[in-house]
Design a protein around this ligand. Structure first.
Ligand code: GRF
Length: 200
């Protein structure tokens, strides 16, 4: 039985697209839902085109973060969601979601964590003049890009790379790896115990 994943995203959704496009190659997951915290996010248009149920839930319409996340949980449960995949979701996950979906929320980040967490990770790497950067897929905890690391892949930075060219290169890695990792997760091949992630 395919696992049902929900993708939470705030922006363009190129990772959403890659995960949807790859889903036909995998018998392990289907993209059952897309939720954005922004009503004008381009990812919602992509979802509509792909025939994925999608809507926004806008935080400022709720009394507080708990109430906002309770509404997300309600919609996730209504849609029988097994795993939550963050793909450019620009908010910290709070206790309501973390408790309900313990070890069932993953994120992707455009740097080799723990280097350059948070916003503008590609620019941070360029500014730091590092020679290698990459991307990280990890379980989500309460911190900013701090959860147990599932996998990473690296890329050499060229002298003439700009934020744009490097972002494009990292996106390529992300689009290749995220569907594979999600598939393994949905097949029950990824276990986490404390900080340690074991891929079987
Ligand atoms: C990706 O680079 C991801 O690593 C980060 O946000 C970006 C989202 O890009 N968390 P997109 O919306 O999937 O194109």
């Amino acid at each position: 039985m395919k696992k049902r994943i929900a993708i939470l995203a705030s922006g363009s959704g190129s990772n959403f697209q890659a995960i949807v496009d790859a889903s036909s190659r995998y018998s392990s997951y289907e993209v059952a839902l897309c939720i954005s915290d922004k009503s004008d996010a381009f990812v919602l248009k992509r979802a509509e085109k792909a025939g994925v149920t999608a809507f926004s839930i806008v935080p400022k319409l709720f009394e507080n973060k708990n109430a906002y996340e309770q509404e997300i949980v309600r919609r996730l449960e209504e849609n029988h969601i097994d795993f939550i995949v963050l793909a450019g979701y620009m908010r910290l996950i709070g206790s309501v979601l973390l408790e309900k979906y313990e070890n069932r929320i993953v994120n992707i980040h455009p740097s080799l964590l723990p280097s350059f967490p948070g916003l503008h990770a590609v620019k941070q790497a360029l500014d730091a003049k590092v020679k290698i950067t990459g991307m990280t897929i990890h379980f989500v905890d309460a911190g900013m890009d701090t959860g147990p690391i599932i996998m990473q892949d690296s890329i050499l930075i060229d002298d003439n790379d700009t934020e744009q060219t490097l972002t494009e290169k990292i996106h390529k890695l992300e689009h290749e790896w995220y569907p594979k990792v999600i598939s393994s997760l949905c097949l029950g091949k990824i276990d986490v115990s404390g900080r340690e992630v074991i891929i079987n």
